[in-house]
Design a protein around this ligand. Structure first.
Ligand code: 15L
Length: 277
């Protein structure tokens, strides 16, 4: 009898907003989720195949240990908003380098990086061609946080070209249970679509470096779906289901002002380097 191989997927930042949404959705027969966070993730529920690690992505020894026997890494760890440069530099930029170096040393074949719309936050709706803004459009970061996501993409590209690691950088829009304001009707990625996208990244056959948008199939969409579709990401959710409830009696007159017209929304005017709530 041939033994079926158990796949181990390391998720950094597993206790963060996106990590918690993905944990139940990425559970699969024959898969172990190794959950790493600075705040220890919740204990395993009954029947849940998880391993828990309390560590920072900046801790080289801990990351090396965490990568042992891992088939793929989903790197969600880091600061998720604007913050002082020194923190962004250490946690987001150097942390990503530490993760990728540990992946290389352990022979991990595949890494998914959580980039963000804030790597391209200064694009205006008018900049998008009719079939949407391509996923590999040049960076226009809106914050130091956005710069760290550009650096993350650069590091991903470097580790693919040098060591052949398969790297997908996902420029995530807004991954929450529901859209919560007008802008998020354009930027929403449902948690279920998030999991669909990560599964597509884990399954793509050809090693490469690629960038994709982490966005649902929203009616109000200005992102090209092409790069995602090319790796088998077929989103199924649409923020429009929440539009009536969200907009109430307000006139639905399209995106207004920089906070809605710029991809990065409020991040584009948040003071650089200040802790953002
Ligand atoms: C992000 O990159 C942030 O991590 C998240 O907190 C949201 O602000 C999201 O972008 C967004 O733009 O909605």
């Amino acid at each position: 009898m041939t033994e079926s191989k158990v796949e181990t997927v390391l998720i950094t930042g597993a206790n963060g907003g996106v990590g918690r949404l993905m944990r139940p959705r990425l559970a699969r027969e024959g898969r172990i989720l190794r959950l790493l966070d600075v705040v220890r993730p919740d204990p395993a529920a009954e029947g849940e195949a998880v391993e828990l690690i309390e560590a920072s992505v900046t801790d080289e020894a801990a990351m090396r240990e965490a990568c042992a026997g891992v088939d793929a890494i989903i790197h969600l760890g880091g600061i998720s908003v604007e913050a002082p440069w020194s923190d962004i530099l250490s946690v987001n930029i150097d942390g990503t380098r530490v993760v990728l170096e540990a992946a290389r040393d352990a022979g991990v074949a595949r890494v998914v990086l959580a980039s963000s719309n804030h790597a391209v936050g200064f694009y205006d709706l008018d900049d998008a061609p009719a079939d949407g803004l391509p996923a590999d459009v040049l960076p226009r970061p809106d914050t130091y946080y956005g710069v760290s996501k550009v650096a993350m993409e650069g590091l991903g590209s470097l580790f693919h070209d040098r060591y052949g690691i398969d790297v997908t950088a996902v420029r995530i829009g807004s991954c929450f249970e529901k859209p919560w304001d007008r802008r998020s009707l354009w930027t929403w990625m449902s948690p279920d679509d998030g999991a669909r996208l990560l599964e597509a990244c884990l399954a793509t056959p050809e090693p490469g470096f690629r960038m994709v948008w982490g966005i649902s199939r929203n009616t109000r969409n200005w992102w090209s779906m092409e790069a995602g579709e090319a790796i088998g990401y077929h989103p199924q959710d649409d923020s429009e289901a929440f539009a009536a409830e969200l907009l109430g009696d307000a006139v639905d007159d399209g995106p207004q002002g920089p906070e809605e017209r710029l991809a990065g929304g409020k991040f584009c005017s948040t003071p650089l380097g200040e802790h953002q709530k």
